[in-house]
Design a protein around this ligand. Structure first.
Ligand code: AMP
Length: 214
């Protein structure tokens, strides 16, 4: 049985989309396309898009659809995305899903990662990210060997500004209002599979792997 290589990882912030995407990249040899990472890179580089996105991101709100759709369209045209991709954090609104559908490239699988609200808060509030390579850690569940230093590349780890308690609540509300309706959108297309994102990283990965069989 072959595996889907054009897929979407759907789920609330903190569901583990980024963590699972890293493993899927290795197994499938297709790139992870994370709009959150692309936007953070644009901010770091000080591009006009990065400047526009800043206020939305800091407030936990969504960056306007037209900006994000243009960003993804450009990324999907790159050579490494022609054999497939793992979309992480996109689409996040019905308008974005509709824009993606107009490309006429079939999304073979939508993996919906399910995780309870209180678990999401615990995960996000303790999350730490490497400034240099983007690796993700947790102060309780996935500690770095040396505090504040990335195991993978030695870079400095930090807490994202939008992983503060107040902004986490806002991001959850935004997810419920604007992104959760995509579950029904993709269920109607028949390619959605829901996977429990509670359990070890290995357990969740195994469940995703099974759900990618096409
Ligand atoms: P993430 O790293 O996926 O949690 O995204 C961080 C922030 O980037 C979000 O809270 C939004 O402000 C913005 N963002 C990421 N992806 C999107 C998207 N598809 N549409 C709108 N805003 C996005």
């Amino acid at each position: 049985m072959s595996k889907a290589t054009r897929m979407i990882l759907l789920g609330p912030p903190g569901a583990g989309k980024g963590t699972q995407a890293v493993r899927l990249v290795e197994a499938l040899g297709v790139p992870q396309i994370s709009t959150g990472d692309l936007l953070r890179a644009a901010r770091k580089a000080g591009t006009p898009l990065g400047l526009k996105a800043k206020a939305y991101m800091d407030a936990g709100e969504l960056v306007p659809d037209d900006l994000v759709v243009a960003l993804v369209e450009e990324r999907l045209r790159e050579a490494d995305a022609q054999a497939g991709y793992i979309l992480d954090g996109f689409p996040r609104t019905t308008a974005q899903a509709e824009a993606l559908a107009t490309r006429h490239v079939e999304i073979q699988r939508v993996i919906n990662l399910e995780v309870p609200d209180d678990e999401v808060v615990r995960r996000l509030a303790g999350r730490r990210i490497c400034r240099a390579c983007g690796a993700s850690y947790h102060v309780e569940f996935a500690r770095t060997k040396v505090e504040g230093v990335c195991d993978r590349c030695g870079g400095e780890t930090y807490q994202r500004a939008d992983d503060s308690d107040e902004v986490i609540l806002k991001r959850q509300a935004v997810y419920t209002e604007q992104t959760a309706p995509l579950i029904a959108f993709y269920r109607a297309e028949g390619n959605l599979r829901s996977v429990s994102a509670v359990g070890t990283t290995d357990d969740v990965y195994a469940a995703i792997w099974d759900a990618l069989s096409i």
